[in-house]
Design a protein around this ligand. Sequence first.
Ligand code: BMA
Length: 342
Amino acid sequence: MSDIKMIAPALPNIPWQEKPAGEEFNHAPVWRYTENPIINRYPTKEVARIFNSAVMPYNGEFIGVFRGEQTNGVSMIYLGHSKDAIHWTFQEEKIHFVDEDGNDFQPIYAYDPRLVKIEDTYYIMWCQDMYGAAIGLAKTKDFKTFTRLENPFLPFNRNAVLFPRKINGNYVMLSRPSDSGHTPFGDIFVSESPDLVYWGKHRHVMGRSSEWWESLKIGGGAAPIETSEGWLMFYHGVSGTCNGYVYSIGGAILDLENPSKVLYRCENFLLTPTEWYEERGFVPNVCFPCATLHDPESGKIAIYYGCADSYVGLAFCKFDEIVAYIKEHSVTRWDDTDIGRR
Ligand code: BMA
């Protein structure tokens, strides 16, 4: 056991499956749920595919915000409930957002939602149209009323995720500035806000690396997990092949007080498309993490990831093992470890 501690509320009912017996991990110590994918096609009448989605504990059970690609091809966000975080039921109606005066304020499209609880409020971040792809942000306390806040960043931007607490008094959000299309570049940045309206202190966190699996672009994934040594971050890394992009899951640990500094960054992917539901689908070869459930007492971590823009998959790891693996295989460059200001 290492001395590093996960700092999060206990989650004794975390979904879990033990590491496959006899499995020799000559790769990262992450294993898939044997019943993957946990969400299949046509989950509701108007939705063809659910993928790239985020879940959280809620009232002793689980709740989630799901990217649902409607049968008209437009993505929206749907609410789901589950007793075990594996079997989900979805509201037929997409989430309806209102502005701060309570007036209807629906995005034209919405995709890749993340869900983060800060103090007593739940925040949803997603990608949407703001005269180009940009970040949408909303809050809820009861999962009945969803109030949109100001869009944090100008277009073009994707992959926003808040840290689960304020740092030095400010809200802190990762994002990935992009272009209006499929963006053949991209680094992770971090920004701060005292009030979730005005954002600044933009810093570079880390860039695509020379490792092939993340050599094209990277982007934030699940909300970072607080640990005694830093923020454990599962993100996505993309490589460009002659047959399109390949999305893998990577891991890094960011400085606790100044998360623009990368303490450790794993040179190996933690998960890359291997299974039929990751390699084959609407967009093949995509593992796209958007959330974790994690329990500090048992050290269990469940990673929720979109598979091939078609399904949701679940993978597991143990906190001590994944941190040890990231540290053991860490390679950082100067532009990872500096504070990212120029
Ligand atoms: C990215 C995002 C993700 C998607 C991925 C692969 O640009 O749009 O939602 O999973 O492409 O298609």
